[in-house]
Write a protein that binds this ligand. Structure first.
Ligand SMILES: [Zn+2]
Length: 220
């Protein structure tokens, strides 16, 4: 069977983390998720960790080279000839996209596909404002009808709270960041004819089905 490498792009709140996890499970892809690594780093007491934490808490983005450092280590560790890789949360800068191209070319991986989970800025804002995280196991859950309602984690039954980095100011910054930094990436892949747009404002199952079908097509 062919090996496929997948890049998923999209605004914060588009559901790319969830979709990436599903694709990884379904197709046995190794997930490279620098967002998780950043949160781990931010939880350490090292100078770098504290600096990253203050940036994330303010809704900012750590520098691209630090992200590259984190996902490079993960990628080099996980990449194997018979297994595909899925990038979730990177590239976030053009430099990183070009680096990914260069690295995958060096590994002689040519079956690389890029998906954009397309949602509007308004929808992204609505989803991020309603996002909750479990105090116990850190599972994220989507917007709830009544934001003040006490909700339980579906995984462990823990209490759901606002994610500390989901303040209104931080959310607007992240929405701006997509337009400024990610749109050039979208154009980069699109002009090369490598980008597949997937309408993200649909139920998770529908989006998951379309993504799985697209990936399966490229595996045959
Ligand atoms: Zn939980």
């Amino acid at each position: 069977m062919a090996v496929i490498d997948v890049v998923i792009l999209g605004r914060s709140g588009c559901g790319k983390g969830t979709q990436a996890r599903r694709l990884a499970e379904r197709f046995g892809l190794a997930a490279v998720s620098p967002g998780d690594r950043f949160r781990e780093l931010a939880a350490t007491s090292s100078w770098t960790g504290q600096k990253v934490r203050s940036i994330i808490d303010a809704g900012g983005l750590p520098p691209y080279w630090l992200g590259a450092h984190l996902w490079l280590a993960e990628l080099i560790d996980k990449i194997a000839p018979d297994q595909g890789v899925i990038f979730d949360g990177t590239p976030r800068r053009l430099e990183e996209a070009k680096l990914i191209d260069e690295i995958l070319a060096w590994y002689e991986r040519t079956n690389v596909h890029v998906f954009l989970l397309d949602i509007s800025r308004e929808e992204a804002r609505r989803r991020l404002m309603g996002r909750r995280i479990c105090e116990g196991c850190a599972t994220l859950s989507g917007p709830v009808a009544d934001a003040a309602a006490e909700q339980q984690c579906v995984v462990c039954g823990g209490r759901l709270v606002n994610r500390p980095d989901d303040t209104p100011e931080a959310i607007e910054k992240r929405l701006d960041w997509f337009d400024v930094d990610i749109m050039p990436l979208v154009h980069y892949y699109e002009t090369q004819g490598r980008l597949t747009r997937v309408k993200g404002e649909r139920p998770i199952e529908v989006v998951a089905g379309e993504l799985a079908q697209a990936v399966a097509t490229h595996l045959t």
